[in-house]
Design a protein around this ligand. Structure first.
Ligand code: UTP
Length: 276
């Protein structure tokens, strides 16, 4: 029988240097868009896709993440029965409905290395990955829900992709392949942050993945690539060469909240949505 996706991994150990000095003592994933930290949006997306087991890869200086997804008795005692209580209802139900486990990435050797660090929390089963600094939103099904449905059909690793302006290819992993269904590409090549002139297409991987567990052994054999980091793109290329990766042009909006421009855009978008 096919294994279901029941766990979501959140690599959240990066330094977030683009947000210094804000990220000196506060994890990037805890920066709020309106009143909610980025990571909470990611956890809510995973929950809406039917996942309740959250596995988080943290690092030094990231303890605020663990505190956020835990009870805060003193605070709750103070606000219970007041007009502020509803502000806590979302996070309260997350804490009630989900389990959280953590492991630390001791050296920040890249996203691929962070995912490999999460093996101890995931085990030998397919899993979802959300990079919380890519904030996704839409009116229909969440991006991860769309991808899990696709996994049920294809049973292989899946990357979410978006068409980007050609001049931005050097910020993303970029794929190439053959469209086998509307919006679904069987991946034959992928390159991490190529110069526009070397990019195989303008289809960029964003921070949503479904990975099959063989990725862990592949990552163990993956050498440091672009930027001296162990890249998930390089490990996925090994799977792609075996015909085991598809790219999915997701439906919805995506904000790159790892950049200041994207963060401001997301804030404006969610504010407009809230007041309208
Ligand atoms: P980024 O490429 O955005 O890097 O990581 P970063 O370090 O967080 O941010 P900048 O570029 O310095 O501003 C993409 C995702 O991978 C995680 C990050 O936490 C983020 O969710 N990551 C990256 C790790 O967990 N470990 C790493 O070693 C690198």
């Amino acid at each position: 029988m096919n294994k279901q996706i029941i766990k979501c991994l959140f690599p959240a150990a990066g330094y977030g240097t683009r947000f210094l000095p804000a990220t000196k003592a506060i994890p990037k994933e805890m920066l709020p868009v309106l009143t909610k930290p980025l990571l909470q949006y990611g956890v809510e997306e995973a929950m809406s896709a039917g996942i309740s087991t959250m596995a988080i890869v943290t690092g030094r200086g990231k303890r605020a993440i663990e505190d956020h997804f835990d009870r805060s008795y003193e605070l709750e005692h103070q606000i219970d029965g007041t007009s502020k209580e509803p502000l806590m209802s979302g996070i309260r139900s997350i804490i009630y409905d989900c389990t959280f486990s953590y492991t630390r990435q001791v050296e920040m050797k890249g996203l691929g290395h962070a995912i490999l660090t999460g093996e101890t929390l995931i085990g030998n089963e397919p899993f979802a990955v959300i990079l919380a600094d890519d904030l996704c939103d839409n009116d229909g099904e969440a991006v991860l829900t769309q991808m899990i449905k696709l996994y049920e059909k294809y049973q292989c690793s899946i990357v979410a992709v978006e068409e980007i302006p050609m001049q931005d290819t050097n910020k993303y992993g970029v794929i190439a392949g053959k469209e086998i269904e509307d919006g679904i590409v069987k991946v034959s090549n992928m390159v991490e942050k190529p110069d526009p002139k070397d990019a195989p297409s303008n289809l960029a991987i964003i921070g949503r993945y479904i990975l099959t567990p063989d990725i862990f052994d592949i990552l163990k054999d993956t050498k440091a690539g672009k930027g001296g980091e162990i890249q998930i793109t390089d490990a996925l290329l090994t799977q792609a060469k075996q015909g085991k990766v598809i790219a999915y042009k997701f439906k919805g909006k995506r904000f790159d909240c790892g950049s200041v421009d994207g963060f401001v855009e997301a804030t404006n978008y969610f504010y407009e949505k809230k007041i309208n």
